[in-house]
Design a protein around this ligand. Structure first.
Ligand SMILES: Cc1cc2nc3c(=O)[nH]c(=O)nc-3n(C[C@H](O)[C@H](O)[C@H](O)COP(=O)(O)OP(=O)(O)OC[C@H]3O[C@@H](n4cnc5c(N)ncnc54)[C@H](O)[C@@H]3O)c2cc1C
Length: 321
């Protein structure tokens, strides 16, 4: 029996774990791009998820954890290993705290916080994906990010289940300790809030949602911003000299500005398109491929490097490359 078949049998014996072979990954990504995973596991509760990760790690086969797939570029050839997704979605409230499983939609957490008059995540409305993915990448928008709300995170490496406090999560701009410790899978988080007025919070969220839906129409197959913004203080002096002062917000310059100056707006390769109104937005306009997407990302980086002498860093994560 092949190694993968033996592992599949072990995984199939775990209760509440759905295991499939050669599962196309495109439907699990917002780009709608990506070939099959050798094995795909969907864990609906914490115990099955921990047990699955243990088996996967012991197998020695390559593996990757995904959430809602809204920040992923999956290779056309797919992933020659095991993909594990955790879809536990329960959210509960104690006073001004929400405890949520990592497979909850971030929007559900945001909506509940607003409905319960909890201030702190209302401007994060409209960020797609799961809570776990948001913690991993320290998601944020319009002045709020998840790091300000995290009290603790529960995660597993397949051997133990541990609690991490906010400091231990090592949050930085679109970064966390988990990004450099990919052997850990985020299972749940406790978020703390300030008291707020539900109607006010809902109004703010509605206004932001309107702006966001214009920029990222709900049907657009993309990953939001492809590249991280830049810290002004870390730019080379000649690039700093060119940046208009009004663009610097909270010490950061939008990467879209550099991309625009480098002339990438509207660039197209196959069905992969750089938006004509936002240079840091790349979308699949039909039957786009990961090869074309990766090539467009590479060309964007090259043009910025040629023009400004520094390299942009992707916010989006690669699978199977
Ligand atoms: C239209 C659009 C708008 C967006 N706007 C924003 C925005 O305003 N701000 C922002 O910050 N982001 C934004 N994003 C990016 C994306 O939504 C966030 O990064 C989101 O938090 C990713 O969550 P996900 O569940 O989809 O993760 P995925 O895309 O599935 O995975 C992303 C990474 O997280 C890791 N990961 C996922 N779940 C877990 C887990 N449970 N444990 C450990 N690692 C895990 C994966 O291994 C992968 O490396 C946008 C994306 C889109 C499509």
């Amino acid at each position: 029996m092949s190694e993968a078949r033996a592992v599949r049998q072990q995984l199939a014996a775990i209760p509440d774990l759905r295991v499939t072979a050669d599962e196309p990954l495109a439907p699990y990504t917002r780009f709608g791009i990506g070939g099959p995973a050798r094995l795909f596991c969907d864990a609906q509760d914490q115990d099955s998820c921990v047990a699955a990760l243990k088996v996967i790690k012991e197998s020695g086969l390559p593996h990757v954890v995904i959430g809602g797939g809204t920040n992923l570029i999956v290779a056309d050839a797919g992933f020659a290993g095991i993909v594990l997704r955790y879809t536990g979605r329960r959210i509960s409230q104690t006073g001004t705290r929400l405890a949520s499983e990592a497979g909850a939609y971030l929007q559900d957490v945001v909506d509940l916080s607003i409905a319960r008059g909890l201030h702190g995540m209302q401007t994060m409305t409209g960020i797609p994906g799961y809570l776990g993915g948001a913690v991993y990448g320290n998601a944020g928008a319009y002045g709020q990010s998840i790091q300000e709300r995290i009290e603790s995170v529960i995660a597993t490496d397949g051997e133990s289940v541990q609690s991490f406090n906010n400091v231990e999560c090592g949050f930085q701009y679109r970064d966390s300790w988990f990004k450099s410790h990919k052997e850990w899978l985020i299972l749940a988080a406790t978020l703390h809030f300030d008291e707020g007025d539900a109607a006010e919070l809902a109004k703010t969220a509605r206004e932001i949602r309107e702006i966001r839906d214009k920029k990222y129409p709900p049907s657009m197959r993309c990953a939001g911003s492809i590249f991280k913004n830049l810290f002004f203080a870390q730019l080379p002096p000649h690039a700093q000299a060119e940046v208009p002062a009004k663009l610097v917000r909270e010490g950061k310059v939008p990467s879209a500005w550099f991309l625009e100056q480098a002339g990438v707006m509207g660039m197209r390769r196959g069905d992969i398109q750089v938006a004509t109104y936002h240079a840091n937005l790349i979308y699949n306009d039909g039957a786009g491929t990961a090869a074309d997407l990766a090539a467009v990302v590479k060309e964007c980086k090259k043009r910025v490097t040629d023009r400004f002498g520094f390299e942009l860093e992707e916010e989006v994560q690669y699978v199977g490359f």
